[in-house]
Design a protein around this ligand. Structure first.
Ligand SMILES: Nc1ncnc2c1ncn2[C@@H]1O[C@H](COP(=O)(O)OP(=O)(O)O)[C@@H](O)[C@H]1O
Ligand SMILES: [Mg+2]
Length: 283
């Protein structure tokens, strides 16, 4: 049976670098020879489609591409029918990016899908996405990365159930110690609720500035809390935001157009991706 490595970027907090990490890890893994699918279940303004310069038009009339088969369908009542009757369903759900990975963008139906899942019997509620990966994704890709919302909703729980493996970017902040404790507690609780072994696979200190003492002590703290699974700290750099706005990751930028901080951040994401790939098991 075909198998695929799975990982999810998840922290119950916004603005910590989940989406940025998902995009950079996906491209780094592609450059290392993997067939990568990114699935956006977060869908905020800073979404993965925008990161790759793909404009989704909601009315199908303005510039951009329209979504033919949305990811939210996976969570709906008609899913089994669609899966069994549309031959090129996965192709219709995915978009190619210029940087290698394929992308399933977030769609506006995810909010409604989250609500509808509340009415699904508990024993099926969190397994919809896992079924989709098994049925359609595992044959076509060898790595799938889910970008999850920064809250514990039914969509995030589906992502965690499907991935079993969490990549947690953490940025320095006033509540840094709480952040780590809360993350551990949340994952332990979800593992118990879903009856799975949900592991924290990689912790990435992000948006780290060597000029800020808070940043340095934060990295030390994360290192001492997670000596086994801490990754390379990702430097704070203006290159990240600027290139996100231009619809590309740091991997699509020529060296001479990056600051030293941008190059360091890119190297850190490459090292983190290598570390992640050695930790993820095929499933
Ligand atoms: N290494 C970095 N240096 C500077 N800014 C960054 C870095 N990583 C992410 N950002 C910025 O931080 C903000 C939040 O990142 P994002 O990946 O969207 O977080 P999340 O998905 O957790 O909400 C974005 O504006 C992004 O451009
Ligand atoms: Mg995000």
């Amino acid at each position: 049976m075909a198998s695929v490595k799975r990982g999810a970027t998840y922290v119950e907090k916004g603005g910590v670098g989940k989406t940025t990490s998902a995009a950079h890890i996906a491209v780094a893994a592609h450059n290392m020879g993997h067939e990568v699918l990114l699935i956006d279940l977060a869908g905020t303004q800073n979404d993965l489609a925008t990161h790759f310069g793909i404009t989704i038009s909601e009315d199908g009339e303005t510039n951009g591409v329209s979504i033919d088969a949305p990811i939210s369908a996976v969570f709906g009542d008609d899913w089994a029918f669609l899966r069994d009757n549309i031959d090129d369903l996965l192709d219709r759900m995915t978009f190619s990016t210029d940087e290698g990975p394929d992308l399933i963008p977030a769609d506006p139906g995810l909010g409604g899908a989250d609500n509808n899942l509340a009415n699904v019997p508990l024993e099926e509620r969190y397994q919809k996405l896992d079924g989709f990966v098994e049925d359609l994704v595992a044959d076509a890709y060898d790595l799938v990365i889910f970008d999850l919302p920064g809250k514990e909703d039914n969509i995030a729980l589906n992502g965690l159930f499907a991935a079993r493996s969490v990549v947690a970017p953490l940025k320095p902040g006033a509540f840094e110690r709480d952040q780590l404790q809360k993350l551990d507690a949340t994952l332990a609780e979800i593992s118990a609720d879903l009856n799975i072994d949900l592991g924290l696979t990689l912790v990435i200190p992000t948006i780290i500035s060597s000029r800020e003492t808070l940043s340095e002590s934060f990295v030390d703290h994360v290192n001492s809390e997670y000596p086994e699974i801490v990754g390379e700290p990702v430097t704070k750099t203006a290159d990240i935001g600027q290139n996100q706005n231009a619809g590309r990751t740091l991997y699509a930028v020529p060296d001479d157009e990056l600051y030293a901080t941008g190059k360091r951040a890119r190297e850190a994401y490459s090292a983190n991706t290598e570390q992640l790939l050695t930790q993820l098991t095929d499933r």
